[in-house]
Design a protein around this ligand. Sequence first.
Ligand code: AHM
Ligand code: MG
Length: 335
Amino acid sequence: MHTGTTLTQFIIEEQRHVAGATGDFTSLLNDVVTSVKVIANAVNKGALVGTMGALDSQNVQGETQKKLDVITNDIMIRANEWAGHLAGMASEEMDDVYPIPQKYPLGKYLLVFDPLDGSSNVDINISVGTIFSILRAPVAGRAASAEDFLQPGTKQVCAGYALYGSSTMLVLTTGHGVNGFTLDRDVGEFLLTHPGMKIPVDTREFAINASNRRFWEPPVQRYVEECLAGTEGPRGRDFNMRWVASMVAEVHRILNRGGIFMYPRDTKDPSKPGKLRLMYEANPMSMIVEQAGGISSTGYERILDIAPTGLHQRVPVILGSKNEVEVVLGYHKDA
Ligand code: AHM
Ligand code: MG
């Protein structure tokens, strides 16, 4: 039985180190944690409560929505709209900014999220997650516009994800390292189980959807070919490969045992310079990865430095163990 630091205690203790902190942020984070607990419960019930399967609707990106995509989006909204900490919310599942209803006060933060990342996995009982990012509203107490959200990832106040796997975990950074908490369902609290998470700098494990191989750019083709060539190839060692198709699970594996994850630029659909979305997938994960000592890049530039142009903008993502990502970035430079 783990009786260590609870997430609530951890957040409050962190707040004590921030001069002039009002408790607003702590309280917002607590609401996010509540939504994650409710989502964990919904995901965990699975087929028992009739929430499996797809809807007829599509999201703004033309992807078929799962029932749970919509349910979890609603859970995030309901848990976070009322307390007066937010000036607006944006999500993978909503075309435009979600305005805080008039009956609630407006706050100084913006919340961006992917309520159920990897949802193609939900019907087959494979890990999915929630990804979130907290930004400061340019003007506190004013209803946020889409432009207000378009801040580079370096401006994030906090980034985190929940992983609904064999256990439910919440991994969090506020810019002072990365900490992981595991949900004790009996107690109803997240407990600090993974303090100071650091990504090993070296790895022999890569993750990429190899069915897109013919569409990749030459530097990524070269990198993967060299990994596959193993001890006989230029890298002189064997590599292992993984692909969960759930970015949260992929990043979590990398945080724990190292690795490199790539959803690189490809030529499959010229209108999409990558699959993953900057604001609620790439940016929060990049902040976590960098805070854990890893690197996150498009291949050409640091993801956190990108000036966003749209809420649902897509970017190529190459992230993970420092030394391995540097190899891939070197191949981009060579090309
Ligand atoms: P989603 O937000 O619609 O679930 O899509 C994002 C997911 C990531 O979690 C994962 O890395 C990727 O899509 C998998 O894509 P693919 O099905 O092309 O392998
Ligand atoms: Mg997603």
